[in-house]
Structure formats: structure tokens, C-alpha cells
Design a protein around this ligand. Structure first.
Ligand code: GTP
Ligand code: MG
Length: 225
């Protein structure tokens, strides 16, 4: 009997490609790409490490808001029925860190903006929001930048392990209200426990969503705004 874990999409490989200090230094546009954005310290790098099952793949920062690099990774996904797929995963610099230089703190930065508006390989944004915080204006601006290109954004609430079960329900309800979406469109995750990272039969999860967002043809998903 095969376990439930192996019925859906899962990550089978993950590797660092390169860090790009500017758009011209990005890898060739050969793979369908998802970019991960969010305020500094929201858990972007931790999510990648947990998703990939590799602790040291992306650096979990001790000095948030410092590094303004686009970090490129390649991830191999596998599904028993659909086969293998390689995608690009971009860990974007965090924004909104209080002690960062003013130019970085006040917006999400020209590099993220240029990447989101010009990168042809980009298929979707994965926007991380700390489940104990509110959605920020800069978060909304990123969703708008994606809508302007008719590209979907998957909203991921991070650090759900810090909430009780009832608090989790309130978070998805609140985020959905602010975004004009359904609570089902908000993916609750925890890099610590692995919550929401897989491909569960009924509820889906990050592996399922990323596979949908990078599917050949039209990029659509059940859970994006
Ligand atoms: N409890 C808990 N802590 C988490 C989780 N994800 C991340 N953290 C912690 O949050 C802090 C920031 O995590 P990072 O992954 O470095 O966050 P980031 O968004 O990559 O930060 P920047 O790269 O500076 O923008 C670290 O101390 C992590 O250990 C989670 O799911 N649960
Ligand atoms: Mg990081």
C-alpha cells in the first residue's frame, strides 16, 4: 500500500543556482519560475528549506534587511501520474525592516519591482505574510504588480505553529477579507512543523499549488488571488 504522501506532488531535488545583484545577472529564462516575496523575517528562506527538506539550502538571516540579492534555486517536483518537472524558485529580498536603510525600508525596492515587471519566466508570486501580523501596503502593492501582468499570487500565512487552532481559522478569515478572497485561498504553513507544505488529498498544500502554478499552458490555481 502506498502512503498518502506519495500520491501527490512532492519535491525530489533542490539546488542553489546563483545570486543576482541585478536583473541582467539572472539565469537564462528556461524554467517556469515562482518568486517568493514578503517582509523581512516573514520566513521566506525557512519556507524554502522546509519545502526542499534541506536545512542549509537558503540562508536564514541573522541580519534582516541587509542583503539585496535575487537568490535563484532549481527545484525538482514529481507526481506519480504526471511525472517530473523542474522549476525555478526565486527567494526575493525582504522589505519593511525597520533598521534597514530608508530607501530599502520604504518600498519593496527597484530590484524587486523590475524583476516582477520584466521577468518573462515568472509564472506566479508566492506572497508570505506572518500569520501573527497584518497585511502591509507593500504586500498589496506586490499583488497589484502581479495583477497588472495578469499573473496570480498565492498568499501564504507563515509561522502557523505559533497559533492555536482557533487562531488559525481567524487568520485565514481576516487575510481573505482584506484581499477579497475566500479563506480557502490562504495557505497556512509552518516551516517548523511542515504544515501546508505538501500535497494532501483534500486540502492541497504548497507542493500542489506550485505544481499548478508552473503547469505547462495556462497558469491557474485553486488558491490564488
Ligand atoms: N516558529 C517558526 N519560526 C519560523 C518559521 N519560519 C521562519 N521562522 C523564524 O523566523 C526568522 C526569520 O526566518 P527567515 O527564513 O530568515 O525569514 P526571511 O523572510 O527569509 O528573512 P529575510 O531574508 O531577512 O527577508 C528565523 O528566526 C526563523 O527561524 C516557522 O514556520 N515557525
Ligand atoms: Mg531570507
Amino acid at each position: 500500500m502506498s502512503s498518502a504522501k506519495n500520491r501527490g506532488w512532492r519535491v525530489v531535488s533542490a539546488e542553489f543556482d546563483r545570486s543576482a545583484p541585478k536583473l541582467a545577472a539572472c539565469p537564462p529564462e528556461q524554467l517556469p519560475e515562482v518568486a517568493v516575496a514578503g517582509r523581512s523575517n516573514v520566513g521566506k528562506s525557512s519556507l524554502l528549506n522546509a519545502f526542499a527538506g534541506q536545512r542549509g539550502l537558503a540562508r536564514v538571516s541573522r541580519t534582516p534587511g541587509r542583503t539585496q540579492l535575487l537568490n535563484f534555486f532549481r527545484i525538482g517536483l514529481r507526481h506519480p501520474g504526471h511525472g517530473d518537472r523542474t522549476i525555478g524558485w526565486v527567494d526575493l529580498p525582504g522589505y519593511g525592516y525597520a533598521a534597514a536603510p530608508r530607501s530599502i525600508r520604504e518600498g519593496f525596492g527597484p530590484m524587486i519591482e523590475r524583476y516582477l515587471t520584466e521577468r518573462t519566466a515568472l509564472r506566479a508570486l508566492i506572497l508570505l505574510i506572518d500569520s501573527r501580523r497584518q497585511i502591509a501596503d507593500s504586500d498589496l502593492q506586490l499583488i497589484e504588480a502581479m495583477s497588472a501582468r495578469r499573473l496570480p499570487t498565492l498568499v501564504v500565512a507563515t509561522k502557523a505553529d505559533k497559533l492555536s487552532k482557533s487562531e488559525r481559522g481567524l487568520v485565514t478569515k481576516n487575510f481573505a477579507e482584506v484581499l477579497g478572497a475566500s479563506p480557502r485561498d490562504i495557505l497556512l504553513t509552518s516551516a517548523s512543523t511542515g504544515l501546508g507544505l505538501g500535497d494532501e488529498p483534500r486540502t492541497g498544500g504548497l507542493a500542489y499549488e506550485v505544481a499548478q502554478l508552473t503547469a505547462p499552458g495556462e497558469a491557474t490555481t485553486s488558491s490564488s488571488v
